[in-house]
Design a protein around this ligand. Structure first.
Ligand SMILES: Nc1ncnc2c1ncn2[C@@H]1O[C@H](COP(=O)(O)OP(=O)(O)OP(=O)(O)O)[C@@H](O)[C@H]1O
Ligand SMILES: [Mg+2]
Length: 89
């Protein structure tokens, strides 16, 4: 449960609507350590999942800073388990 982030969540949920309509967006969440960036990103991910969207998650790790495309590789690693099940028609 996030407190006091209704405005931010509404704005991000609107961007999800845009993404569904073909207007993708890149969002930077900036703020001091512990202010709630990861928590907010997680909450947006939950909203997207509730809407049936696939959510990929990757984390950059200080220890991996010299690994080329480290977080991209990490995203790919999570993809199979986080993608929605395919439906046959
Ligand atoms: N709006 C909020 N309501 C309730 N709990 C929150 C809120 N924002 C953050 N928290 C909690 O505070 C803690 C720190 O938040 P979080 O890890 O998201 O911060 P961060 O900005 O990502 O920090 P860092 O810069 O270190 O990555 C977490 O336990 C998180 O669940
Ligand atoms: Mg964080």
């Amino acid at each position: 449960m996030l407190f006091g982030r209704e405005q931010e969540l509404d704005a991000l949920a609107e961007l999800l609507d845009g993404a569904r309509a073909g207007r993708g967006a890149l969002v930077w969440l900036l703020g001091e350590g512990g202010i709630g960036k990861t928590a907010l990103a997680g909450a947006v991910g939950d909203v997207a999942r509730e809407r049936g969207m696939a959510v990929l998650r990757a984390e950059a790790d200080e220890l991996e800073r010299h690994r080329p495309f480290g977080s991209t590789a990490s995203t790919r690693a999570t993809a199979p388990s986080t993608a929605p099940r395919s439906t046959s028609t």
